[in-house]
Write a protein that binds this ligand. Sequence first.
Ligand code: PLP
Length: 454
Amino acid sequence: MSDSKKFLLNENDIPTAWYNIIPDMRVKPRPMINPVTHEPLTEEDLHPLFTREASKQEMNTTDTWIEIPEQVRDLYKIWRPTPLVRARGLEKALDTPAHIYFKNESVSPVGSHKLNSAIPQAYYAKMEGVTNLTTETGAGQWGAALSMATKMMGLNLAVYMVKVSYHQKPYRRSIMQTYGAEVVASPSMSTKAGRKIITDHPNHQGSLGTAISEAVELAMSTPNCKYALGSVLNHVSLHQTIIGLEAEKQMEMAGEYPDTVIGCFGGGSNFSGIVFPFMRHNLTGDSHIRFIAAEPSSCPKLTRGVMQYDFGDEAGYTPMIPMLTLGHDFTPANIHAGGLRYHGAGSIVSQLKADGMMDAVDIPQLETFEAATLFARAEGLIPAPESAHAIAAAIREAKKAKEAGEKRVILFNLSGHGLIDMTAYDRYLSGDLTNYELTDEEVKASTDSLEKII
Ligand SMILES: *Cc1c(COP(=O)(O)O)cnc(C)c1O
């Protein structure tokens, strides 16, 4: 075991292939289906919306390793490999016998893991002669990442940003505009979907669902324009596996192996990224690592949602995805972890959860900010409110280790930093933040309206 603080790889250690978990899964996720016919979708069905390569990767259930293009690896070198850090300060603050490690994805130029998928998606668009991309963004992290990636590939980008975040996080908007993207607050009057939402709910604050509806509509109605999604889908999780693949090598350098791996959970991309490369050893029976997804109590799709086919968006434009969901009509409370305000989980993670391959915990807002401030004071890094959910879950585990007097090895993903989220910290520090308790009636109301397909 090493006494180093952090574990660093070289540029030529950047993995040359992403890991596709589907071939290793005992029970494969159900296919996406057409909302009208309920027929499984084919790769060709995705072509009007996504690039051909993203469509192909989305449907790939046979190849375990997917090569990372050379130009993508070159751009990854701007900030990758990211450090693996031993959180000795946090261990000390908690007085725990557990060893806590985190993978620091906050070192990317835009401050989060989102760039890991933005770069390949923009690259495939460029290779296929696409000139424009559209997307949605919640907290602004995905929009910022795709803005940078499209600029580097010489593409245009229009971003629909969830209205509440557009106002709460003006600097994320400036970041996107600095890279040259066009940013629109959603719901907006510029699309049919947006106009319908505003007509039905004039004060709608937006959600990832409303923004996706608008971005999809623009992509479908504009020539040479494709849509790119930053979470939920299989190809996005695939690109994020670079996180766990690097982390595995770095844990080896540290001379330890995690018994618990934790990620915060919005649609599942950073969780899949840190977890899947480790989970492959559980699937082959070589390890018994515990995996924990940490979601907000106000948006608990994994702990309280139902397994059902649901739309990826609010207006019902997307194909239907088999997911653990709170229902596409669910409007989460206006918590500060904007990136976790999404109604459903990706189909792979939903299946893994249903099969008992992983656990999930839901964490109240105040506990996440307590964890975030403790982490900032102990480790010096101010985490994104989203990432603070993973920190809070890691702290719960470290406290259990202390109670049991067990030497545990806990690894979590620090998906992003919080330096552009200081409004949220201000509110926490001035005592303005509250927990949002969802009642069973609220969960039932939004899940009962789902069509019963499964
Ligand atoms: C977007 C985001 C998340 C949530 O998205 P996932 O797809 O669940 O990873 C978490 N943390 C940060 C910093 C984000 O930007």
